[in-house]
Design a protein around this ligand. Structure first.
Ligand code: GLN
Length: 198
């Protein structure tokens, strides 16, 4: 099983390490032709406006939307912004592969980062392990609205921070920056369920 990591900008290296630490193969995806090689794909954190520009430059935006119809995506932070159905503050184009509305940099200019220990929801724990999860937020977006088919896997108070819809997962934090591998493992399980034989 191969897990792609979109590697145009941002924190792709740490995602690849996380995937490898699970004994899986990570592939740096930098052009559309490489999408055919992978069974699932991670959109890392970074700067979503820059990523959007680079995806356009590589002519990868539409192929990514097409990929998402067939195979799982995990978007973290900027990746979550790219997957949303609408983006505010400021508005920008997005892939609309998850029925969520996000507000960029919603935690304000003063507090760019924080690390919080959050208790996963039962929907997460029943497919993973219990116990609080360390969540690293860096100039994080806020999920302001979730559609009816979106399930919250981890919340910070009333704010969803890890959500799932069908094949896909999106996090407003950076699971690749913590030692805890539960989010990547859950994503790998989703890819495995999707594959006809493995
Ligand atoms: N603030 C960034 C954006 O709007 C996201 C930050 C991140 O990915 N850590 O794209």
């Amino acid at each position: 099983m191969k897990v792609g990591v979109v590697s145009l900008q941002g924190d792709f290296e740490r995602h690849a390490l996380a995937i490898r630490s699970l004994g899986l193969e990570a592939v740096y995806v930098r052009e559309p032709s490489q999408l055919a090689l992978v069974d699932g794909l991670i959109l890392p954190g970074g700067e979503s406006t820059t990523m959007l520009r680079l995806l356009d430059w590589e002519k990868m935006f539409d192929p990514l939307v097409a990929f998402a119809k067939e195979k799982p995506l995990l978007g973290t932070c900027a990746g979550c912004i790219l997957m949303a159905s609408d983006v505010a503050s400021p508005e920008q184009r997005s892939m609309s592969v998850m029925d969520i509305s996000v507000e960029r940099n919603a935690y304000g200019r003063q507090v760019h980062s924080s690390i919080r220990r959050l208790d996963p929801e039962p929907a997460f724990v029943e497919r993973s392990d219990p116990g609080p999860l360390e969540a690293v937020f860096i100039r994080a977006p806020l999920i302001r609205r979730i559609g009816k088919d979106v399930q919250v896997l981890i919340a910070d108070g009333s704010d969803p921070v890890l959500v799932e819809q069908g094949l896909h997962m999106a996090a407003t934090f950076h699971p690749e920056l913590s030692a805890d591998r539960r989010v990547h493992k859950l994503f790998a399980d989703k890819i495995r369920e999707r594959r006809p034989s493995s």
